[in-house]
Design a protein around this ligand. Structure first.
Ligand code: GDP
Ligand code: K
Ligand code: MG
Length: 272
């Protein structure tokens, strides 16, 4: 039997636990993530000839080091490299949920979206074009109603297909000329340290450094390229970069959304 590991990611209250239960049933194990008091749930499910280990990640809005949950979730994705990350997306709250999608895209993971709460989206009259969503995001999208265990087989089918795919096309947020130049400068430096570049995606590291991510800065501190990285970072105003980059991620979502869901557009509020 083929074995794969998948991680479930998503904002809080999107139906992650419900979906986890629908996938794994009674085959669950509850423990703690190493070193922290954050609950770690794992489970197993066999789908056709594939044994799937399912890891439930803490619910997060983002994957920057703002909270222990975010660090746990992203360290798992970056360091343990699950075969596929399933993002559970609340279909009635696309704009907010897709911010996490941009972060997963940047991590270079294979992602499948479970477009959950589909029943609620439908009953309130949303018209979400999942085919277009797939085209824009370059990520498979499967409608689910976790509460009624609907769409689980279709989701697992897509997950297994994705896991078996050979090459993986990384879909990235483009940050515009100025920021991209800095990213390239940092990439050149970071890739010289094989311990770093062997472990983390180089572009992602560079983006996080510009984001001022403390957790990533710490990983760089002890490395052979610390001085060079610091000389670049000290020459720029990091707050400006962080804000500009968040804006670009929202911009990416905002170009996708109006084409994907006509009704959702009116509800988008990116005031900050
Ligand atoms: P989590 O915080 O992401 O783990 O979310 P939960 O699994 O705890 O679900 C939050 C609430 O949404 C619960 O009351 C679930 O019963 C409900 N829920 C989960 N999936 C669906 C769904 O597809 N449709 C509807 N209508 N409710 C759902
Ligand atoms: K909950
Ligand atoms: Mg939960």
């Amino acid at each position: 039997k083929k074995k794969i590991t998948i991680a479930l990611a998503g904002n809080p209250n999107v139906g992650k636990t419900t979906l986890f239960n629908a996938i794994t049933g009674a085959r669950q194990h509850v423990g703690n993530w190493p070193g922290v008091t954050v609950e770690k749930k794992t489970g197993k499910r066999t789908y056709k000839d594939t044994e799937i280990e399912v890891v439930d990640l803490p619910g997060t809005y983002s994957l920057t080091a703002y909270s222990i949950d975010e660090v746990v979730a992203r360290d798992y994705v970056v360091e343990e490299k699950p075969d596929v990350v399933v993002q559970i997306v609340d279909a009635t709250n696309l704009e907010r949920n897709l911010y996490l999608t941009t972060q997963l895209m940047e991590l270079g993971s294979k992602v499948v979206i479970a477009l959950n709460m589909w029943d609620l989206a439908e009953s309130r009259g949303d018209k979400i074009d999942t085919r277009k969503m797939e085209d824009f995001l370059e990520i498979p999208v499967v409608k689910t109603v976790a509460k009624r265990a609907e769409g689980i087989d279709a989701l697992l089918e897509e997950v297994v297909r994705e896991a078996n795919k050979g090459e993986h096309h990384e879909h990235e947020v483009s940050y515009g000329n100025d920021i991209e130049k800095k990213i390239i400068e940092l990439e050149k430096i970071v890739s010289k340290d094989s311990a770093l570049s062997g472990k983390y995606p180089v572009r992602w590291l560079s983006v996080k450094l510009l984001d001022g991510d403390e957790n990533i800065l710490k990983k760089i501190e002890g490395s052979s390229v610390a001085a060079q990285v610091n000389s670049i970072l000290s020459a720029i105003k990091k707050e400006d970069y962080e804000a500009a980059m968040a804006e670009k991620r929202y911009e990416t979502i905002n170009t996708v959304l109006p084409q994907v869901c006509v009704k959702c557009v009116k509800e988008v509020t990116f005031s900050d």
